[in-house]
Write a protein that binds this ligand. Structure first.
Ligand code: IMP
Length: 200
């Protein structure tokens, strides 16, 4: 069997890599930048998911050969005017601290009956330092009053997707992999890569 084409994910977030690998690991060898110590730290200085996704994919593909895929994602809450959005990972005051982020979200929504929210994901595919394509996915849902469930990461314990009476954390990887913002963006990226001549 020929080796699988390699796809490098421009992230150090092991949860994102694991979800992406679970979704497409039979079609690509999925690695992330933790396998390449020479990769620079990319600062997310953009004001939109697309700007940040572009910074990450182009920055990493300047130093690594082959296809690089980035994921910039976050939670948009209607009652908060779309916040935390691109600042989702540091909403609680400490980058990547999901416990603090969830606590801050519940605090901000205390007493509010409007609970609509969505996860958004923008992905950029880059090669040789240049964006080749971008893709977006969203999943609509609502924020509940207290964390429920043990799977996933980030805001998963507080997010119930529309049509389900359970959070992403309770539903687990298989269901999340069918519904999520990430899987919806990834399906388009994979289609692009599988187009003749694109996955060499
Ligand atoms: P990024 O690394 O700048 O893209 O930040 C993504 C942040 O958005 C994460 O740290 C989480 O707080 C949130 N987020 C993105 N995707 C998900 C998800 O699938 N579940 C839960 N939280 C997510």
């Amino acid at each position: 069997m020929p080796p699988l084409p390699r796809l490098i994910i421009a992230t150090r977030n092991a949860h994102k890599t694991a979800e992406i690998r679970e979704m497409i690991g039979d079609r690509f060898e999925v690695l992330d930048v933790t396998a390449f110590p020479e990769c620079p730290e990319i600062e997310e200085t953009g004001n939109s998911f697309l700007e940040n996704a572009r910074l990450k994919a182009e920055g990493i593909s300047r130093v690594l050969e082959g296809w690089v895929l980035s994921d910039d994602s976050g939670l948009e809450v209607d009652a908060l005017g779309g916040a935390p959005g691109v600042w989702s990972s540091s909403f609680g005051g400490e980058e990547g601290n999901h416990v603090k982020n969830n606590a801050r979200l519940l605090e901000a929504l205390a007493g509010k009956t409007q609970r609509g929210a969505r996860f958004h994901c923008t992905m950029v595919l880059a090669r040789n330092g240049r964006e080749q394509a971008n893709f977006s996915g969203t999943v609509e849902g609502r924020i509940i009053d207290a964390p429920q469930g043990g799977h996933g990461f980030g805001y998963d314990p507080l997010f119930m997707p529309d049509g389900y009476g359970a959070t992403f954390s309770e539903l687990g990887g298989e269901v999340k992999g069918r519904l999520s913002h990430r899987s919806r963006a990834l399906a388009q990226a994979v289609k692009f890569l599988e187009t003749a001549g694109n996955n060499g």
